[in-house]
Design a protein around this ligand. Structure first.
Ligand code: PMP
Length: 380
């Protein structure tokens, strides 16, 4: 069956065969990793092995990795550990940072037109905070792919006594990530962006730092996250982390992404490629042609067998322009027509050709602007 072309890897990546194999094997174990008997020890071995692989992917130390139910929980857990520090986050964070941050009355650091966090503004907010702050800035943006100056931010912030968290969910497996080189205290990872299963992630510590649990329970994960570990999912995460470490497809995928952008430009329509002048993830392009809404484009391309995503988020049945593109200073019409194409190891040049052919047909079809997109949860 032809399931079409998948170009939405920033939403989720396909499960790697190695992850599927590890999960299938781990699911056949009986033990609880906390049990002292041989069954328990076998289950524990899967978790320990995965912890080593996940640790190695970001240059950390194994005891400093806490498994969670995903990137969302890891981000919430990090922010829950800010104690009474004033909170500063960037305007382009994922909702799993932005929502708890807003509830906590965070100060929001601006971004420039190219999608990079404005370090001077963040510095100003640090000075204004009145006490050492807790700063959260992502490593790569999920919509634009723009890589943020996290090492510089960590340097500036820590000189002022701040604690720094980095959501590296979209960066791991795509660019080299080293928690020590970044100089951050807390780092978020998610398995399903690198070919592991959905519903598992990790919060990694840069040293012996506290974690204020969100889930209280039987003392698992060194009292940082209660509940019997999701052994199979963790095993799958470990296998994916091992495979992802080589960044094997990186230059091939960059070339595909660049080819796609060249072909889009060649159409001659007005085109904005967001963050093009900044350092970006190899696999991501986000653009707007201004001719149709993102919802219309996503639906029309889906009908043409191409899966991409809107740069806009939608929740509670209300479509709103992308907060990321808006924060970069673009107007609502531009932000509302931005779409994101994100590639991965299964994509080939034929997919780019097919995307471009479909794009051409959709543009020529003269579909009316549509604001009646149905309710869905954003898969950012
Ligand atoms: N942060 C970023 C930057 C993301 O793109 C995502 C996934 N959409 C998350 C956090 C949340 O990760 P998860 O889906 O594992 O909860």
């Amino acid at each position: 069956m032809n399931r079409g072309i998948y170009m939405d890897w920033n939403a989720t990546a396909p499960l790697r065969p190695s992850a599927l194999a590890a999960m299938t094997a781990a699911l056949q174990e009986v033990g609880n990793p906390s049990s002292v008997h041989a069954f328990g020890r076998r289950a524990r071995a899967w978790v320990d092995h995965a912890r080593e692989a996940v640790t190695a992917l970001v240059g950390a130390k194994a005891p400093l990795v806490t498994f969670t139910s995903g990137g969302t929980e890891a981000n919430n857990l990090a922010l829950n550990t800010r104690y009474n520090r004033p909170l500063i986050v960037s305007a382009i964070e994922h909702e799993s940072v932005l929502r708890p941050a807003r509830l906590a009355g965070a100060q929001i650091a601006r971004v420039g037109r190219n999608g990079e966090v404005d370090v001077a503004h963040l510095n100003h907010l640090l000075d204004k905070a009145g006490a050492p702050a807790f700063v959260s800035v992502m490593l790569a943006n999920n919509e634009t792919g723009v890589i943020q100056p996290v090492a510089e931010i960590a340097h500036v912030a820590k000189a002022k006594g701040a604690v720094v968290h980095c959501d590296a969910t979209q960066a791991i497996g795509r660019i080299a990530v080293d928690i020590n080189e970044l100089g951050v205290d807390y780092l978020t990872m998610s398995a399903h962006k690198i070919g592991g299963p959905q519903g598992v992630g990790a919060l990694v510590l840069g040293g012996e730092l506290p974690v204020e649990p969100l889930v209280q329970g039987g003392g698992q994960e060194r009292n940082r996250r209660g509940g019997t570990e999701n052994v199979a999912a963790i095993a799958g995460f470990g296998a994916a982390a091992q495979d992802a470490a080589s960044l094997a497809d990186s230059s091939r995928i960059t070339a595909l992404r660049d080819l796609l952008e060249e072909k889009l430009v060649a159409f001659g329509l007005p085109l904005t490629v967001f963050g093009r002048s900044a350092a970006r993830l190899p696999n991501t392009t986000c653009f707007a042609s201004g001719t149709k809404t993102a919802e219309t484009l996503v639906m029309a391309l889906d009908l043409a067998g191409v899966a991409i995503s809107a740069g806009s988020a939608c929740s509670s049945g209300k479509v709103r322009p992308s907060h990321v593109i808006s924060a970069m200073g673009f107007d609502a019409a531009t932000a509302g027509s931005a779409i994101r194409v994100s590639l991965g190891w299964q994509n080939a040049q034929a997919d780019i050709d097919q995307f471009i052919a479909a794009w051409g047909r959709v543009q020529r079809a003269g579909l009316a602007r549509s604001d009646d997109a149905d309710s869905r949860i954003s898969a950012a």
